[in-house]
Ligand binder design. Structure first.
Ligand SMILES: [Mg+2]
Length: 191
């Protein structure tokens, strides 16, 4: 069963969707951290992608050595763009064993900002922690880099094992392969 973010009923009169109670001003997370593989994109960058990789002409996807196409989950560009507009800091925490390829993918895939200007996806991240190991390490480094309390961080990840960061005080949304569904819900709040 998929656990969803609690959402207020959409108001027919309002121009947009009402944010859920936990996303009202003052209760917004100061830093939102995303895992990469199967959270922002539907593949493992270290096992599915074979370099060299090359962007498509509009930079919405990238092809690898074997002609396989790779791109973000559909909802991801609008979420990252919205977070930037809301002034919420964004981080990535990935345990991939191919950190260089992960960062290259974030440079090749481009996302339109609020003004319609295409920017490299990597520019939407304030902090990147991409290397193998426990995500406790990733979050301790994020805490040191930002000076923020763990309680002000929200984490999206597809793997339940990474929920161990909750012992630090981080709030996480991790539902084994359901992170994309969480993101779709998130998109309806921030999109
Ligand atoms: Mg993952």
């Amino acid at each position: 069963m998929v656990k969803k973010l609690s959402k207020a009923s959409p108001s027919a009169e309002s121009s947009g969707i009402e944010p859920p109670a936990s996303f009202h001003e003052g209760a917004l997370p100061k830093l939102i951290v995303f895992d990469l593989d199967y959270t922002l994109w539907p593949f493992w960058v270290d096992t599915h992608v074979t370099p060299p990789i090359k962007a498509s002409s509009d930079h919405s996807s990238a092809k690898d050595r074997f002609g396989e196409n790779f791109s973000f989950y559909h909802e991801v560009p609008s979420i990252l763009s919205s977070l930037r507009e809301h002034g919420i800091k964004v981080g990535a925490a990935s345990r991939t064993s191919a950190p260089d390829l992960g960062r290259e993918m974030l440079r090749l895939l481009h996302i339109g900002d609020g003004e319609g200007k295409k920017r490299k996806a990597i520019e939407y991240f304030d902090h990147l922690e991409i290397y193998p190991g426990s995500k406790m390490t990733h979050f301790n480094k994020l805490q040191k880099a930002t000076g923020l309390a763990f309680e002000d961080m929200l984490f999206f990840d597809d793997e339940a094992r990474n929920r161990n960061v909750e012992t630090l005080g981080v709030t996480s949304e991790s539902h084994c392969q359901d992170a994309a569904i969480q993101l779709a819900d998130f998109d309806s709040v921030f999109g």
